[in-house]
Design a protein around this ligand. Structure first.
Ligand SMILES: [Mn+2]
Length: 357
């Protein structure tokens, strides 16, 4: 495995590359051009500017998270083919700079969704939290909360410009059934696969988060069966997964270690995150320590190790600890602790394997 760390870019992240350099074993930065709107082409000079920043610290730029997919592609809108062409141009440009994995998602309207970005945990830290009863059919209450209570930060897809057009977006998606959304995803991937093979880029879809329908909108990548459907419908090594243990793990029925073992050779990018479930359907993000949550972090790491996983791995959201001022879920401290936990487990498994020989 190759350890990586998500970074929002110069001037857009409380964490510096110099900070990240001091976390043991991190060799890759997971990056993006965050000012780009879905559908825009990422130009060579813009990518080169990030590369120069990463080169200074000896970091690779193999993984992009995310190149976002335009709503016209998700809904088969009238400019779908134009935006697919733009996406392909972006992939070609990225490949010239050594990008190997592009993470993306196919969630309608919203990206990942939580009802509280600063939920207090018993130890005095805070974490991202999902309260089931707060997610109603109408998202306007949630939109209000996001606009007024998130201390200047927001979740992707919940930006104020986007929330202002919520009605129109919902109107467009109201004509897209779950089956049509699947077809639109396959259409997109089939158009991309020849270019991906030529450029050596894997398209690694991130599961829907949470892994069930919300606000009456369909969600596709939610469990083992849907992953199987995706990988068989477009059976190409470049049609790959970002396996997020926290996203899939929000549903207690998902056996993540089993899913990792089953699809290990199609996982290009691993997100490691722990989740604690409550009986009423709420869930909280927690530390990476296995015993603090319910997804089976140690069994997940063991599944990757047994599968000879040589893709990219990163700690996913962390808690807010030690009064860090940072983007919700994306501080330095708890993610660094998560990395050391994964490093420790991985090195121990290496040692145990060595002892068997
Ligand atoms: Mn994730």
């Amino acid at each position: 495995m190759k350890m990586s760390f998500r970074w929002y870019g110069e001037g857009n992240d409380s964490v510096s590359l110099a900070d990240i350099k001091q976390i043991p074993n991190v060799t890759e930065i997971v990056w993006a051009l965050h000012s780009k709107q879905p559908g825009e082409i990422w130009e060579n000079d813009e990518i080169a500017a990030v590369k120069a920043q990463l080169d200074e610290y000896g970091f690779g730029m193999s993984v992009v998270e995310s190149v976002n997919v335009h709503d016209d592609i998700k809904t088969a809108g009238k400019n779908r083919d134009l935006y697919i062409e733009n996406y392909i141009k972006t992939l070609r440009n990225l490949s010239k700079f050594g990008v190997k994995v592009v993470c993306y998602n196919f969630m309608p309207v919203f990206d990942w969704t939580r009802t509280d970005l600063f939920h207090p945990l018993p130890d005095g830290s805070t974490a991202l939290y999902y309260e089931k009863s707060k997610i109603k059919q109408d998202p306007s209450e949630m939109a209000e909360y996001i606009l007024t209570n998130t201390k200047g930060y927001t979740m992707p897809g919940w930006e104020s410009e986007r929330l202002a057009h919520l009605k129109e977006l919902f109107e467009v998606y109201s004509h897209v059934s779950k089956e049509q959304l699947w077809e639109n995803l396959f259409y997109f991937l089939r158009a991309l696969m020849p270019v991906c093979n030529e450029c050596g880029i894997k398209m690694a879809i991130h599961p829907d988060d949470p892994p069930w329908d919300i606000f009456g909108l369909p969600r596709l990548i939610i469990d083992e069966a849907s992953i199987e459907r995706l990988l068989t419908a477009v059976d190409d090594p470049c049609n790959a997964l970002t396996l997020c243990s926290g996203s899939l793990g929000a549903n207690p029925d998902n056996d993540i270690p089993h899913i990792v073992r089953r699809f290990c050779d199609r996982i290009a990018f691993a997100h490691i995150r722990n989740v604690k479930h409550y009986d009423n359907g709420d869930f909280s993000e927690v530390s990476h320590r296995d015993a603090d949550g319910d997804v089976g972090i140690i069994d997940i790491i063991r599944a990757y190790h047994d599968g000879g996983f040589d893709g990219y791995i990163r700690p996913d959201h962390g808690r807010h600890i030690w009064n860090e001022k940072c983007r919700p879920g994306y501080g330095l401290y708890d993610r660094a602790l998560g990395i050391m936990y994964i490093n420790g487990a991985w090195e121990m498994l290496d040692r145990l394997d060595g002892g068997k020989k």
